[in-house]
Design a protein around this ligand. Structure first.
Ligand code: AMP
Length: 286
């Protein structure tokens, strides 16, 4: 498996694939690879002949005081896992190459980019959309695969691709979870064993909402309160937000019509975790 380390080399590699008519599927990651990332690489392989994953801890999507410095970094292990999952190449650029001195152009979404995750992490989605646009221009894939785990990010990337006319099909992969429901995340590595136990409150809260929804409850405030109660039972869990959003517009709603997304962010000790669950009568529930 090839490791490509500069934007120039990546663009040359992409051109060579295009000349051969090879379809490329792309899986961007920040490393700290786990089974969630690997499942996206396997899904990418089902969608194209050639799979390129990226490993880049993007500084512009971290706010001051966030975990940029302690974010897990192990390129060798990440490349091994990418290869085992079926990636043909890994793009691992340096920060200096991605953000040359004097970089001042960013991609900003002006509505959904400012609520929920965007409100608690100002500038986060500006960093995400900018780096994803730059990665798209380096890798030039026909397909890009993202996880439903980061639902607001997925929505914003789909919006960016539509609004800026990137000729890229976005494919969404289901959230991979531990046996007790905790969504896999590179940040789970920060949790002490006691906080790891308390962290299941996110999944338990989402399941509480699911149970109420299945029993016929459609009032968002009632679902939110039930979820909040569950989170507040854990001594070290502090909620940033719990919201019920419309899936098309990603905006909070008071009453669920057919389907909605329950989204939440909770700090367990000093580890911030997010998760979501689709409330619908359909089958696609991860
Ligand atoms: P990250 O490395 O956290 O930036 O994530 C890279 C990609 O993996 C994003 O598209 C995430 O949504 C996705 N991802 C992260 N965790 C999971 C998971 N547990 N299941 C599926 N996809 C995930």
């Amino acid at each position: 498996m090839e490791v490509v380390q500069t934007i120039n080399a990546m663009q040359a590699y992409a051109r060579a694939l295009q000349q051969r008519g090879t379809q490329v599927a792309f899986v961007p990651t920040m490393g700290g690879l786990h089974e969630g990332h690997c499942s996206l690489i396997r899904l990418a392989k089902e969608n194209a002949d050639h799979v390129i994953a990226s490993v880049f801890v993007n500084p512009t999507q971290f706010g001051p005081g966030e975990d940029l410095e302690r974010y897990p970094r192990n390129l060798e292990r990440d490349c091994e896992l990418c290869g085992e999952a079926g990636a043909d190449a890994v793009f691992a650029p340096s920060v200096a190459d991605m953000y040359a001195d004097g970089h001042t152009v960013y991609v900003v979404e002006e509505t959904v980019g400012n609520i929920l995750e965007g409100a608690f992490r100002p500038g986060h989605f500006r960093g995400v959309l900018t780096v994803v646009a730059k990665l798209f221009l380096a890798v030039q894939p026909q397909v890009a695969v993202f996880g439903r785990k980061d639902a607001q990010q997925l929505w914003l990337i789909q919006k960016m691709v539509r609004d800026l006319n990137f000729p890229i099909q976005i494919v969404a992969g289901p959230t991979v979870r531990e046996a007790d429901g905790l969504a896999l995340s590179s940040r789970n590595a920060y949790l002490s064993s006691e906080h790891r136990r308390q962290a299941t409150c996110l999944y338990r809260a989402l399941q509480r909402a699911e149970d109420l929804f299945v029993a016929g409850e459609r009032t968002a405030a009632i679902l939110r309160t039930a979820m909040q109660e569950l989170v507040s039972e854990e001594p070290d869990a502090d909620m940033d937000y719990i919201e019920i959003v419309d899936m098309d517009r990603f905006s909070p709603i008071a009453t669920i019509k057919d389907a909605a997304l329950a989204v939440m962010a909770v700090r367990v000790g000093d580890t911030r975790l997010i998760d979501n669950w689709e409330l619908s009568t359909g089958a696609n529930k991860t």
